[in-house]
Ligand binder design. Structure first.
Ligand code: GUN
Length: 292
């Protein structure tokens, strides 16, 4: 069984990005600049955004953190998005989700100039990805593809089962695994209305779990020799930990891992790759790689 080390892979990729950025700067080009908007004080979002800013430093990017209190109006937020759209110094930006309930996430996402949408959430990027055109691809599925590639996991002609159909992970993941000259897999998406979920999962050569239910994937759902990718990062109360919680994946790691060809741990698997792919998207934005 191979343990897929997302933390180490992400560190390698960030070092590669840093090298590229210093080369760009030495040639007189501008440092890529990522801005992040954070609304409120949700613990998870605070951590993600802090880690994104730290990753920018590691990659040699400029970063800007723009904070609003929970009661910011949608109008105010949309105005700031428009200013970032117009700001030539900002190559790409993100609005950390979730947003407070009084703000429409979809309206905010659609207000972002798709050429700066390094999260890859804008419908233009989602649509272009679906038909295989150059675009910003959302970071988690992009990171999973990169892990599979760097660990030489064959996907072409294989059966891939994606558990979960979210817009951020499940759906784009399935599209990418299906894509010609990319995943080239035969793809099944399993969700809450699927019948015989365990039986579907057992067919998978590559099983990607993204449902946010700790330990949902048990050993009887996994074909021996499968590659298992665990996207789950649910905070589970744990009094023995300094922060009072631990992160739990969607896979019963202890019992599933011995069956696998390869598996990602939680933490240290998919998570670190997600931020790293945001950095790759920001580099591409800085180089105007997809859009002028
Ligand atoms: N919230 C959880 N994941 C993400 C992400 O990848 N991007 C943004 N903007 N918000 C998130």
């Amino acid at each position: 069984m191979t343990l897929i080390d997302g933390k180490a892979t992400a560190a390698t990729i960030k070092a590669e990005i840093k090298e590229e950025v210093e080369r760009m700067v030495a040639e007189g080009q501008k440092r890529p600049h990522l801005a992040a908007i954070l609304v409120g004080h949700d613990g998870g979002s605070e951590t993600y955004v802090r880690n994104k800013v730290l990753a920018c430093e590691a990659c040699g990017f400029q970063s800007s953190l723009i904070r609003y209190e929970e009661d910011v109006t949608e109008e105010e937020l949309l105005k700031r998005v428009e200013e970032l759209n117009q700001d030539d110094d900002v190559d790409g930006f993100i609005v950390q989700l979730p947003l407070p309930r009084h703000i429409s996430e979809q309206r905010v996402i659609e207000a972002i100039d798709y050429r700066k949408d390094v999260d890859g959430f804008h419908p233009v990027n989602v649509g272009r990805m679906a038909i295989g055109l150059p675009c910003f691809i959302s970071a988690t599925p992009k990171g999973i593809l990169e892990l599979l590639r760097r660990y030489n996991v064959e996907t072409s002609g294989k059966k891939c089962v994606v558990l979960g159909r979210s817009n951020i992970v499940g759906k784009p993941m399935a599209q990418l695994m299906l894509q010609k000259n990319l995943g080239d897999s035969t793809v099944t998406i399993v969700h809450s209305h699927t019948q015989n979920i365990a039986e579907e999962c057992r067919q998978a050569d590559i099983l990607i779990a993204a449902i946010g239910r700790p330990g949902y994937v048990t050993a009887d759902m996994v074909k021996p020799g499968a590659t298992v990718i665990d996207v789950g990062t649910t905070r589970v109360p744990d009094a023995t930990r300094p922060k009072g919680f631990r992160l739990s994946g969607d896979v019963d790691f202890e019992n599933v891992a011995p069956l696998c060809n390869a598996i990602t741990p939680v933490p240290g698997g998919v998570g670190p790759m997600t931020i790293c792919m945001l950095m790759l998207n920001t580099l591409a934005a800085g180089k105007k790689e997809y859009y002028k």
